[in-house]
Structures are given as C-alpha cells and as structure tokens.
Design a protein. Structure first.
Length: 344
C-alpha cells in the first residue's frame, strides 16, 4: 500500500521529517504544497504556539503531520545534574561564565491530555510519535476523529509492538538517520540496524505500511528503499539547507563541509541522536555516562552554546544530521521533494 492510498491529498511518497529547532510551519507547508507530506515538530511548543500552528494548518487543504514525543518524563536529579555541570566546569572557566542554576525550562515533554484536548478542536488528519505511542486512552481519542497514526521503530520488535498497539504506519528508522533515535523498548544501540535492513525485515512481518527513514540523499536511495518494501520515505537532513528551513548559519556551514564526520551522541540531550562531530563530542566522547537523563542535559549546555555561537563556533551546538548531509544545497523544499520523488 502506497502512502497516497492511505493519506488523502498526499501525492508523493515523500515525508519531510519533523525537526525541532530547525523548522517551523513554513517548511511543512512548502513540502505539503509540493505534493509530499510536510511535518511539524510539536514537542517543544507551548500551547499557544501549538494553537497558532494548528490554525495556520487548518486553512491549508493538504494534511500536515504533527509530531509528538511519548517518552516517560524523568524527574530532574540534582546529583546527576551536578556531576554534569562539574564535567563542563573547564568550559565555563574558559568562557568566563558561571554554571547555570538547575532549570526545567524548555524541556521536551511528552504528549498529554491537555494537548489532545487542543488537537481535538482541529482534528488533524495525520499525527506521528517518537519514543513509542501515547497511553491507550489518549491514542484512542486521537484515532477516534480519524487521524492516521505514524510511529518510529528502530528494531523489528519495536515495529511489531507498534502495529499491535495501534500504529497505522510504522517508520523504520535506521542507524543512518539524523536526530534522536526513536527507540523505546531497549536502550541497546547494537540491536538497531541500517535503514535498508530494517525495512526488509519489517516488510516480511508487518501488515501496516512501512516508511523508511535514514541515509536518504538521492532519488536512487529512495528507489532502493521502495524496492526493499517501503511505502514511502521520510527525509530530514536533505531539507536542512532549504531556504524554508530555520537552520542556523553555523549549522548550514557545517553541513556544507564534506570533511565533517558524524556520530551518534547523547551529550546534548541525554538521549542518543546522530549529528556532525564537534568539539564537545571529540573531547568527552560522543556517548558518555556524564549527561543526566533525557531531557535534562541541554540546560547546562545552553550558556556555553550561546557564548560559542556568538564567537562563530559550533563547539557546543547539536548539529543534527543523517549520513547524507548537504545533498541539495540551496534548493527550495518543493524542488527537493520533487527530485526525491523522481520528478526532476
């Protein structure tokens, strides 16, 4: 089953991945207008900001995928946070700043009943989830108004779990994908596989459509994944250099550097995510037991990031990227979408 037979008014088998911090409604609308499925990251949005986005999307005839997180929210742990600040102490001294006081501001939060109340007033046609699915009562409400539900799997077991628990479409997130890993049944990254391998394995076991995500930088990549059993592809990194994206100049510059390598790291949020390697990752190691549990690592890094970026440095900036950065430099989101769909 192709994406356009399940989601009305989506013509092309291309989904723009939701990317918090580097996009707003403009990118989602541009992709949707071009015939793909644009996505809006919602995990960091306050209620009034989410409502403004919903009102804007409501006047658009094509669907927009609204993405939320479903992680279990860890309580802040002062001992772990103090250990993290101590690990960062040499950098505070280097930049001549004081360590920040513990804060819960700006944390990524899971979807809750109040958010579903807000969504219900607009009845979005497509809703997607990272880190599992909402609790059954919330998922039932979302599906009751007819929404198509997508959710990310990083292993076969997660794909099977998502199908059993109500996902209409499973996103097969391979190790090549940029940004946060979507795992939720196990933290063991050795259990995860490449995008092609995961799509091939899931296509033999699932009855719901599969969307391939990770390592997609050309039309030939799309064709290979469709041939492996995917109904569509989900792509994020290819859109980061589009004018409609809100990617910073520092981030854009890093994506254009062919010598920049990438790695999966937990330093920026406390949860594994793929990005381009920078100073913090080199000096502390990309994976570490120093950061507090997700989502509390970023607060202690915030002043360092601000100071470094003011000097033109990306030393403490999460440069999220998959394994195919810079594939379409400067092209509009519409042109990227159509090229990936094989339309020129």
């Amino acid at each position: 089953m192709r994406l356009n037979t399940l989601v009305q008014d989506v013509e092309l088998p291309v989904i723009q991945a939701p990317m918090a911090g580097v996009q707003d409604e403009d990118l989602a609308l541009a992709v949707s207008t071009a015939g793909g499925l644009g996505s809006m990251p919602c995990a960091l949005l306050e209620p009034d900001r989410l409502e403004a986005a919903l009102r804007r999307f409501a006047s658009h005839e094509r669907p927009i995928n609204l993405n939320f997180f479903c992680h279990e929210m860890a309580e802040p742990d002062e001992t772990n946070e103090e250990r993290w600040r101590q690990a960062l102490e040499p950098y505070y001294l280097e930049f001549g700043i004081e360590p920040p006081a513990p804060s819960t501001a700006g944390a990524r939060r899971p979807i809750d009943a109040a958010t579903v109340d807000l969504l219900e007033g607009f009845r979005p046609r497509v809703v997607s989830f990272h880190f599992g699915l909402p609790v059954p009562a919330l998922l039932e409400r979302i599906k009751a108004w007819g929404a198509i539900v997508l959710a990310s799997a990083t292993t076969v077991d997660e794909g099977l779990w998502l199908e059993r628990h109500g996902a209409d479409i499973v996103i097969a997130q391979g190790l090549e994908a940029g940004g946060h890993r979507g795992h939720f049944l196990s933290d063991d990254l050795t259990l995860q596989s490449t995008t092609t391998g995961l799509v091939a394995a899931l296509s033999k076991l699932l009855t719901v459509p599969i969307v391939a995500a990770g390592g997609i930088g050309s039309r030939s990549d799309v064709e290979a994944l469709l041939a492996a059993g995917a109904a569509a592809v989900q792509i994020g990194t290819a859109y980061l250099l589009c004018p409609e994206a809100k990617t910073t100049q520092l981030h854009r510059g890093a994506l254009r550097q062919p010598e920049r390598t990438g790695a999966i790291t937990n330093l920026f949020s406390g949860r594994p995510a793929r990005g381009l390697t920078n100073r913090l990752m080199r000096e502390l190691g990309p994976m570490s037991d120093l950061p507090p549990e997700f989502p509390w690592a970023s607060q202690a890094l915030a002043p360092l990031r601000a100071q470094a970026e003011a000097r033109g440095l990306d030393d403490f900036t999460p440069l999220w990227s998959g394994t195919c950065p810079g594939a379409f430099p400067g092209l509009s989101a519409a042109r990227v979408t159509r090229r990936l769909a094989g339309l020129g």
